[in-house]
Design a binder for this molecule. Structure first.
Ligand code: PLP
Length: 447
């Protein structure tokens, strides 16, 4: 029988030290191991258990202000509406709200979270390709600042909902600029074959129709071309040029356009790869939309909260079979689905100071869920780990907890907020009782 192919650790992977060097919120302490801000992650694991999501309030603030500063420096000050879908933790939203963030929401649930976090309705934008009548009525009655409509049908629904609650809604038209953001196909949203927005060629007629629709106040245009955009800002610039042309032609028709929503999508360097900076994005906005005299808005999610969070997990066991080493963690694809769903790469680093500096060898890092897709990394370098050893998944603050499920009847993991030397559980681990509660048998079976 042929010997199994040797497992070679991918030399392109950054080392643990190289990963930390780019993430100032994380430091390795000689005794306490990996710290997020000033809190040892081992302390959180001891008190709260694993798996656990841990968020850094300081990082959320620092990144929010870095983005705001870049937009101001480029002379395109913009309202920043945090995309709640990236991290809907009430505590995270509250931290950002206190810094002046508004919210981009896509459901009544997200709207209720944003309101509960103290974000004023006027600073909330309702996005999404399929809002229900009930959601529209609720949003309009709460006085949300803007509804981004994506179709003629939806403009009709907004008009009907506005009439039902006796108010008028400010509406921006989301256009599809047909640009390729060169990101993962599942999170590309600005190509003509995607379900989002309306074709730019159809926008002038629809905007004119919206402006004449009762209950609808047509205030502007919006675009969002995708998520985890790392291939430079040329796709942004192309989309914004198309938007600027649209604004000019709408104004030539005598229509008022007061706002342009530039969307989100700025990518982060999960693997220390090159990624565009907020300054580059701000430059693309300034070079295309800067002179239109419009109120500008952006809707970032991941860029603000991704690097602010880690997923803390413990090793259940290591197994060796067919020449491979498998490190089986107590976190799984139900917690962090990004590797299974998008082939995403996350840095995975040991928490203990001794393991952090031990020599690494290749292994597959997996969870306990009964799917081969429950694989976080293949041929990744990790030291030999003991049952109970802790690892931290880096950059897990966006689309982590928010996309988790209870697949395999696994409870939702705890969420923790760190702020300086303090930490608090902001969402306790779901209990097994809570997981089972709410199910019932039909009466004909109950007997
Ligand atoms: C309409 C809209 N705005 C903003 C975002 C936030 O994207 P990101 O987290 O990549 O910045 C999304 C997510 O794809 C979105 O659909």
């Amino acid at each position: 029988m042929a010997a199994p192919a040797p497992l070679l650790h991918d030399d392109a992977d950054p080392s643990f030290a190289e990963l930390l060097a780019q993430r100032p919120q994380l430091t390795m302490h000689a005794q306490d191991g990996l710290l997020l801000e000033e809190v040892p992650l081992s302390r959180i694991a001891a008190e709260v258990g694993t798996p656990a999501w841990v968020y850094s309030a300081g990082t959320l603030r620092r990144r929010f202000h870095a983005l705001r500063g870049a937009l101001e420096d480029a002379r395109v000050p913009s309202e920043i509406h945090f995309a709640v879908k990236a991290n809907p933790s009430l505590a995270v939203l509250r931290v950002l709200a206190a810094e002046g963030a508004g919210a981009d929401i896509v459901s009544e649930g997200e709207l209720r979270l944003a309101l509960a976090a103290g974000i004023a309705p006027a600073h909330i934008v309702f996005s999404g390709v399929g809002k229900t009548m009930a959601e529209l009525r609720f949003a309009i009655s709460q006085g949300v600042g803007q509804i981004n409509a994506e179709s003629a049908e939806e403009i009709g629904m907004v008009s009907a909902a506005a009439a039902q609650v006796g108010r008028t809604a400010d509406v921006a038209l989301r256009v599809n600029p047909d640009v390729d953001a060169r990101t993962h196909a599942k999170i590309t949203t600005g190509k003509s074959e995607n379900k989002f927005g309306i074709a730019i060629a159809d926008a002038p007629a629809l905007y004119a129709k919206a402006a004449a629709t009762p209950g609808v106040n047509a205030v502007g245009v919006a675009v969002h071309i995708g998520s985890q955009i790392t291939a430079g800002v040329s796709a942004y610039a192309a989309a914004y040029r198309a938007l600027a042309d649209l604004v000019r032609s709408l104004r030539d028709q005598g229509l008022a356009v007061e706002r342009v929503d530039c969307g989100g999508g700025l990518g982060i360097p999960y693997r220390n790869e090159p990624a565009p900076t907020p300054a580059a994005l701000a430059g693309a906005i300034a070079g295309t939309l800067g002179n239109l005299g419009v109120q500008l808005m952006v809707e970032p999610g991941r860029w603000i909260c991704g690097p602010a969070g880690v997923l803390l997990a413990a090793v259940i066991l290591q197994k060796h079979t067919a020449g491979r080493r498998f490190v089986v963690l107590d976190a799984a694809m139900n917690d962090l689905v990004r590797p299974a769903m998008y082939e995403a790469w996350h840095g995975i680093v040991p928490v203990s100071p001794r393991e952090f500096v031990s020599s690494v060898s290749p292994c597959d890092i997996v969870g306990p869920v009964c799917e081969t897709g429950d694989t976080f990394a293949r041929n990744r370098g990790l030291p030999m780990l003991e049952p109970g050893s802790l690892v931290a998944f880096l950059d897990a603050g966006a689309y982590g907890a928010s996309m988790s499920s209870t697949y395999n009847a696994r409870p939702l993991a705890a969420e923790i907020l760190v702020d300086g030397a303090r930490f608090a559980v902001v969402r306790p681990r779901q209990s097994l009782d809570a997981l089972l509660a709410g199910q019932r048998l039909p009466d004909w079976m109950a007997a």
